[in-house]
Ligand binder design. Sequence first.
Ligand code: UD1
Ligand code: CA
Length: 456
Amino acid sequence: MKITTIILAAGKGTRMRSDRPKVLHEIANRALLQHVYDTAQHLENNTIKIVVGHGADLVTSALKDLEADWVEQTQQLGTGHAVQQVSDQIADSDTVLILYGDVPLLKLETIQTLLGNVTDKALALLTVNLDQPFGYGRIVRNTAGQVIKIVEEKDATPAEKLITEGNTGILAVQGQSLKKWLNQLNTSNVQGEYYLTDVIEMAVADQISIVTCQPETEDEVLGVNNRIQLSHLERVYQLQQAHNLMEQGVTLKDPLRFDQRGSIESLGQDIEIDINVIFEGKNSIGNHVKIGANTQIKNSIIGDHVEILANCVIEDAVIGQGCKIGPFARLRPESVLAEEVHIGNFVEIKKSSVAAGSKINHLSYIGDTTVGSKVNIGAGTITCNYDGVNKSRTIIEDGAFIGSNSQLVAPVTIGKNATIGAGSTITKDSPENQLTLSRAKQMSIPGWQRPVKQEK
Ligand code: UD1
Ligand code: CA
């Protein structure tokens, strides 16, 4: 079976009140249209065609990497008109699947069930039973329970409006028949549009039966028309991902306060995640990892037995086995930590590698630096990596001890097992095994008296 999937995405989305075309609004940092595409992408033997109209240029350029044919519908004259734009690209023997670019959470299994119902003699239609069917096309059935037509809300009689079975808009049908019916569409309805839904009545007239199926949950077929619906589907999607992680052995303190905007490429067991943790991009998490509340992790690799305390921001970092991070630590891009490294509160690391067992526990900035193993960097240490024009590197060799409140002015090397006295400004390489310090000599002034306030 060869499939042609047509994703309708030309609509304006007025109620989003946005400069951005509706289908580019995102769920979990991924455009609505991308979600639909990604699901359709899993079907075998499938060609994807996307009908765009409003903001077509913005949509095609934002999603230029999609392997799809873009078809422009310059005027939005209805869903039937949108599909007509693709008509001449449909082969008779194709099975045509219609999806909506603003219905992001439709499941692959539901699509597969739908496709399984298509034959030469049957059109497959996805319907949904709704408590509040207002706005939806209604599925009209005869006394034998067979679908005979779809009537749009605006065209429905009071009796038809009472029908609670709604049209999702998603259907699949043989190409040859569809093309024939598309040619027969007209605009004689209240909205003066070409309704794709009119093909149902035509199919029935051609003795093609309408086979319906339903999604597992209503959320699968909900469309996004405004930002309230967008936020609803975001939460639905996030809860799905949270459940997925818990099924794989992750403890989430509160699945309602968890966000994954991207993928977790590899996931260990017995991971514990506190509330309000956000994952973005591609991450990988080892076994027995603990992540504290309010932490944001992007494009990072976290080794086994790592503990990240609350309120950390981590991006493009590699964290080795057994490291302890935070609270309030920031790992910026290209931070690479080997095993058992400790990064404490209010420490910022950027473009630096830290070898095994080193500790940077308080209030430091380490940038463009190579830190050896078993190094201890005291509170308030700053690598001065930027002179206003150039960035330079600092090298701190194994076993060095940097006293608190020191500035290491790069380029500079601190030798193996060197000690830097607290409060030093180091501008020259410091030899190994020695104490180096730069500090005004301490003095005390005997007989000195504090000024005294004069009584007025
Ligand atoms: C449509 C269905 C209705 C169904 C509802 C489900 C028709 C006539 N009606 O109604 O039975 O219950 O969806 O949400 O099909 N689009 C285009 N070009 C157009 C018009 C629409 O690409 O000219 C796209 C939109 O971007 C959207 C989809 O088609 O993704 C549906 O359009 P929309 O206007 O939301 O359809 P409804 O009138 O709500
Ligand atoms: Ca709609």
